[in-house]
Each structure stands twice: as C-alpha cells, then as structure tokens.
Ligand binder design. Structure first.
Ligand code: ADP
Ligand code: ZN
Length: 731
C-alpha cells in the first residue's frame, strides 16, 4: 500500500463477497491499483462475483497462486463508516459479514456499464407556433436550469403529452440527447416552502435544528399525538440537514404510507426525494444506490433496508412511527432497524429522530434514563382535537350469535353516516373467520404443515394458513368425520365483519382495507387515496389502517375487540395493545370535527383499557416499566431467542435439551437459559420448532457467551439454528 487507503497493482488485498463463505478472500490488486472499500469483480471458482476491498490481504499461502481482481466497478468505494457499521451490526446480530454485505448491496446490475437513454434539454430554436402546451415545456426546461428530463418526466412536469415534446424536438426547440441512465436527483430546496409553525412546534423544531447543526451524534425522541405536527417539525430538521450539505434519510414503516408522504415532501422541498422500498423498480434502485454513494441524492424516503444504503455523508435519520413492529426484520438477518439506525448514526456523526405518538417501551426508557433527548408536542394542530374515548362494555350489550357489532356501536355508525362523515371499524384479524369447526364432530381444520388453524378467506373461497401461506379449497365434507354440510365459521375476521356491516347498512358504501385483498402496493395506495377523498362511508380494516393515513372525513372509530391482544404469552402484549388502540383512536377527527373512538371490551377494568380511556400514558409506561424491571426483561435486561428447527422432532428436541444442560459459557456470565419448549408456533412448513430463551443482566456481553455456548455442539445438517438478539415476537 503506497498511500493511505490505496493498494498498488499486485498488492495482496482481502475481499469481502456476499457469497456464503465465512471469511475474507485474498486477491491481488488489479492493474492501476484500487482504493480500500472499492467495489470489485473477482473470480471465484468458475464464476465472477462482486465484492468489496475490505483491507490488506492476510497471505500465508503461495502468493504466486493468488488470483487478481478482475476490475474495479464504476461506483463510489464503500466508506470506512459503512464498513465499520456492517462489522458492528454483524457482531451484534451474530450474522456472517457476507450476509450483511448482501443487505448493503441490494441493487441489481451494480457492475453493469451505465446504459444510455434519451434525455431532453432546451435547444436553441423558437417554436413555430407558441401554444400553451409548448410554452409549458419550455418553461419546465428553463425552471430546472440545465437539468435534463426523460420523455416521461418532462411530459409529467409540463403536463403535456409526449407528442408535444417530440414535435418540439423536430423544430429544434428541444434537444434529444443520449445520457447515462443513472442521473442525479433533482436538488431539494430547503427554503422552498413551509408552514408557519405554532409556538410549541417552533420550539421543538428549533431544538432539532440546533442538534442537526451541531454535526455530532445524538438521538431524540419526538413524541406527539397523531396530527400534532411531528412530520411538519421533523421536515424542519431535514431542511437544516440539507443546509449543512449533508444527506437525510426518513424511514417509514409501511410502503402504503409513502404516496401521501412523498407529495408532502415534494411540496416542502420543491422536488421528489429518492424512494427505496419493494415497490421501486430495479433501475430506480440501482440509480438510488449509486447516487447515495455519490452524494447526488439529498433525501431518501424508504423502508427499513434503506438504512444500509452507502450514503456519502449522512447527517440525519428519522424513524417515523418508531414503535412499529415492521422495523424488526424477522427473516434472514434478524435485526431491528430502529436500533441499527442508532448504531449507524453514532458511527457517522448523525442525528436520529425517533417519532411516535406511542413510543416503544425501549425508547421511552432510554429517554427516561437521559440517553435520548425527549421533545414533545402535546396538542393537535389547528381545530383538530383529541377524540373522545369511550368503552362499550360487551357484558351489558345484547349481540346475536355470529354478530360482533353492538347496538351502541351500530347507532353511533348510523349517526355519522347520516351526516356524511366516515366511520371506521377495526378488527385485527384477516380473512373471514379465524376458525372453521365441524358441528358434527367438533374437528377444527388445521394446516397440514404447521401448528396453526386454517383461516377461511371467503373472497377467495379458500382456507389459508397465516403461518406458511398454504391454501386449500374449502372442503365440502369434514376431513375428520366426513359428514357433509356441517362446517361452520367461528369468530370474526375482517371479511365477515364486512358482511355484517353490509347487512346492517345496506345503503352505505363500504371499503375493506386488508393487506391481502390488494394485488399490489399501488392498488392499495389508490384505494387509500380514494377513501381520503370520500368515496366510502364505512371503512373496515385490519391493523394496517392504524398506520398514519390521513382520512379527513373520518370522525368515528369502532374497535370490535379491544381484548384481542391482552391475552397471550408475549411480554409485549400490553404495550402492543396500548399502542394499537391509541393509534386507531387517533385516526378519528384529524381535521375540524371532533372524533369519537368506541372500544368494545369485556374487561373495562383491565389496566391497559383503563390507561387508554383515561389517556394517562405516563402512568401506563411507569407501571409497565416496573413490571419489566421486576422480571429482568428488556429493556431492563438482555434476552436472546434460539430457535432450533428440523423435520425430525426427536433430533431437534435432543439437541435443544443438550444445549440447555451444557450451559457453562452462559453461566460464566450469569446468564440463564430457559427451555427447551416447543415454540409458540411449533411447526412451520413441516419443520418442528423448539425454542430456548436466554436471559442476562443488562451489562452482560451476551453475544460472546452465546457464541462460545453454541460452538460446543455439533449441529446436524438437518437442523437450523437461528439466534434472535432482542426478540420482539416470541413466534
Ligand atoms: P403528525 O406527523 O404528528 O401526525 P402532521 O405533521 O402530519 O402530524 O400534521 C397533521 C396535519 O396538520 C397535517 O396535514 C399538517 O400539514 C397540518 N399541520 C401541522 N402543523 C401545521 C402548521 N403549523 N401549519 C399548517 N398546517 C399544519
Ligand atoms: Zn401452514
């Protein structure tokens, strides 16, 4: 290596690939040398794969055998900061580094030479006839000073058809040019527009601006009821970040949120941000990935995996709805994006804003302990007031068999619909009915591969396992006793509720929002926009409707079963129910009209229900925190879940029992192991699942102990071992 971070031709370097190999591979630097962090193509057996120059080679073998890097890719080298982050994240989550690299390179064709495409710029000629449409094209090209557009982009910005543009090309007014495909993003203007903030909002915004301007790491909990202006305020922090010349990232929990959100960002900064989620085309993904590395995208709005983008200079990360469970990835690399955001920010001197109306207990506790700053917005913006919350005691209502809407709730819905307002009914169960029972023999139809009941989906006329996705047609006879015509739906699902609503309100326009009823994210977005515009009277939804959508006409929310979620073995059940109920009721009355939220429950005296109704959050958090502390569970202790799975139930139980017995490395750090027990879902896709839970004190270096512990055992090939640090769900 001649200068810092550069390897001369022939120098031995260690390359990390995204291949499932448990170590770095040595190669010789190519002709012209290469930078540390360079993305390169290397030979691997007969294949060519992409990797990153991770550091100096280790050697220790016949160097004449070392193969050479084939070429350096035309993308920005990975920065030290991202290398460090991937290393730390791999250690924390006990994931091979190669898998972390895969997360950080999820864009196709990084090695391709930039393909060409046609772009359009202002030419020199004058139009023959200056029609309105033609003038708009010229103005659009002028407004963006020198920036070129694709045909589609220009047509959209100017509001004309592409034939108008083609006509102008013929006249020489517009120039058509070939250009590399991956263009920078349109610049954002921090001062483009902005609302006049209310005094409390302005105070919070000023504090956040100061943090961002400081240029050092820090995390802030931004707590505020739905509609209090959290988004408005954190966009001010983004504006400050842009002014500092650094990049900003906003993470959102659900792709359904982005349509409305992107429009808001565009209105605030005058141009679209970069977008990163599963609905984005491959070409756009690659463009965004490259531009992030070149600093040519100032703001990225995305789903959790956007946090692995190779930003050149990330100054701010906002995690909106930070309590949302979708930030925890539950397959492949098991990581919590919220926690990884804090880690990354601390390595690149960025600020983190965790925004929520109902923060997770982890975040609440970190703020209590003074590790995070806490800023709060306490009132809703404008005339919008918090909805009134009331419970309906189901024990004193008479509801016919197979029905779930109480007379009180029914009357409330009727009153809203009569005056042209919207009502939303909420049930956290997809499908028609959670259980299908044979009335002749009592048999419940289960999944053949899993320990789960099959859920009837009547729209599709099939039974579905929500665990593995297996479906089968609704049988005519009972699979157990073979009696015909006795299978009955038991319990409510969102589809069945829709049926009840249609029967109760035949005149009303009803919309059902359930994730499985939409073929694509786009279809879902469109439906949400239509609902916001008022095309329906009654909305029926699962938990996805609890997330962030703005329905101005909505003034009533009815929660069909507030007790769902209070039962169960999950230590987070109370917290989840509390958050969900508060968000659902937060949907009502976001604009001028006062909202009402009605919770149907059989346990009005339950502490969670009482805390929701009284709105006394601090009391709820304090009580919940005390219980967790007493139990020594997160955030007051450390936990890891170990799930062993195999098709052979005996093999997997034997191994788990052996692991529980030989717990020396865990005991050395005073960690305890519980189990083995069948996992709450004990069979998935034909694999039997056994769980061990490890609990330790807060200060313990748990990963090292886990590693030493697991290393003691010879794990048969047929058994998979997954380690879940800080498990969120106990499935
Ligand atoms: P939250 O993110 O807390 O739910 P939002 O930032 O979405 O709140 O604000 C709720 C609504 O109120 C939005 O339509 C927003 O544009 C509007 N709003 C909030 N603060 C202001 C303000 N100071 N001036 C004008 N509109 C505002
Ligand atoms: Zn199944």
């Amino acid at each position: 290596m001649s200068e810092r971070g550069f390897y001369d031709q022939g120098a031995l370097v260690a390359v990390l690939t995204a291949q499932p190999i448990d170590r770095l591979l040595d190669y010789k630097a190519p002709e012209g040398g290469c930078m540390a962090g360079a993305f390169v193509e290397v030979p691997l057996g007969p294949r060519k794969v992409i990797g990153v120059v991770w550091g100096p080679g280790v050697g220790g073998f016949d160097l004449s055998k070392a193969r050479s890097i084939l070429r350096v890719l035309d993308v920005a080298p990975m920065r030290d900061e991202l290398q460090g982050f991937l290393t730390r994240a791999a250690d924390y989550t006990m994931t091979p580094l190669s898998m972390m690299l895969r997360l950080a390179t999820r864009a196709p064709g990084l090695g391709d030479s930039p393909a060409m495409r046609k772009v359009y710029r202002l030419g020199s000629g004058e139009p023959e006839r200056a029609t309105d449409a033609r003038r708009r094209v010229i103005k659009a090209l002028g407004d963006y000073g020198g920036l070129s557009f694709t045909l589609g982009e220009l047509a959209e910005v100017a509001g004309v058809s592409s034939s108008v543009i083609k006509g102008l090309v013929k006249q020489g007014v517009v120039r058509e040019e070939d250009s590399p495909r991956d263009l920078p993003y349109a610049p954002l203007d921090a001062d483009y527009s902005g609302v006049e903030l209310m005094p409390d909002q302005a105070e919070v915004a000023a504090a956040m601006r100061t943090s961002v301007a400081s240029g050092v790491y820090g995390t802030t909990l931004l707590k505020g009821v739905t509609g209090s202006g959290k988004t408005e305020v954190y966009l001010e922090a983004v504006a400050e970040c842009l002014k500092q010349g650094r990049q900003a990232l906003v993470l959102l929990p659900e792709i359904a949120l982005t349509a409305e959100f992107l429009k808001r960002v565009e209105a605030r900064f005058g141009a679209k941000p970069g977008e990163w989620h599963s609905g984005v085309t491959m070409t756009e993904r690659r463009r965004l990935w490259k531009m992030a590395g070149e600093g040519a995208v100032q703001l990225v709005v995305g789903a959790r995996s956007a946090l692995f983008l190779p930003f050149r200079d990330l100054g701010l990360i906002v995690v909106d709805e930070e309590h949302d469970t979708s930030y925890k990835q539950e397959e492949g690399v098991l990581y919590n994006a919220r926690d990884m955001v804090v880690l990354r920010a601390s390595l690149c001197s960025a600020q983190v804003v965790l925004a929520s109306a109902t923060p997770s207990l982890e975040t609440w506790a970190n703020a209590e302990a003074g590790k995070y700053k806490r800023l709060e917005l306490t009132s809703r913006y404008g005339a919008a007031v918090m909805p009134e919350l009331r419970c309906i005691d189901l024990r004193s209502e008479s509801i016919p068999m197979g029905r779930w809407i109480s007379p009180t709730l029914r009357d409330a819905v009727a009153a809203r619909v009569a005056v042209g307002e919207q009502a939303m009914l909420f049930i956290n169960r997809r499908g028609y009915a959670p259980t299908t029972v044979c009335r002749a023999c009592g048999h419940q139809i289960g999944c053949d591969h899993c320990d789960a009941r099959m859920v009837e989906h009547r729209f599709q006329n099939r039974l579905m396992c929500h665990q593995c996705g297996e479906t089968k047609p609704m049988p005519v006879v009972c699979p157990s006793c073979e009696v015909e015509g006795k299978l009955a739906a038991v319990g409510p699902g969102v589809e069945r509720l829709a049926e009840e609503v249609t029967a109760l309100f035949p005149e009303a326009r009803v919309a059902v929002l359930s994730s499985d009823l939409f073929g694509s994210a786009r279809a879902l977005k469109e439906q949400i926009e239509k609902i916001a515009a008022g095309v329906c009277d009654i909305i029926i939804g699962t938990q996805m409707v609890a997330k962030g959508h703005n329905f101005p006409l909505l003034t009533l929310v009815g929660v069909i079963d507030a007790d769902l979620g209070l039962q169960g073995s999950d230590m987070r059940a109370a917290e989840r129910t509390f958050q969900l109920m508060r968000q659902v009721s937060g949907r009502a009355g976001r604009v001028e009209k006062k909202g009402l939220a009605l919770l149907q429950t059989t346990q009005p005296e339950h502490p969670v229900i009482r805390a929701i109704l009284s709105g006394d959050e601090e009391t709820f958090w304090q009580a919940e925190a005390r219980e967790r502390e007493a139990a020594g569970v997160p955030p007051y202790g450390r936990m890891a879940g170990i799930i062993l799975s195999s098709e052979d139930v005996a093999v997997v139980f034997d191994l788990a029992a052996d692991m529980a017995r030989r717990d020396g490395p865990l005991r050395a750090v005073s960690a305890q192991v519980f189990g083995p027990a069948p996992a709450p879902i004990s069979k998935v896709r034909g694999r039997h699942r056994v769980r061990l839970l490890v609990k330790a004190d807060k200060g313990v270096a748990l990963q090292g102990a886990l590693k030493a512990w697991v290393a003691q055992f010879r794990v048969p090939n047929s058994v998979r071992v997954a380690i879940d640090i800080d498990p969120q769900s106990f499935l």
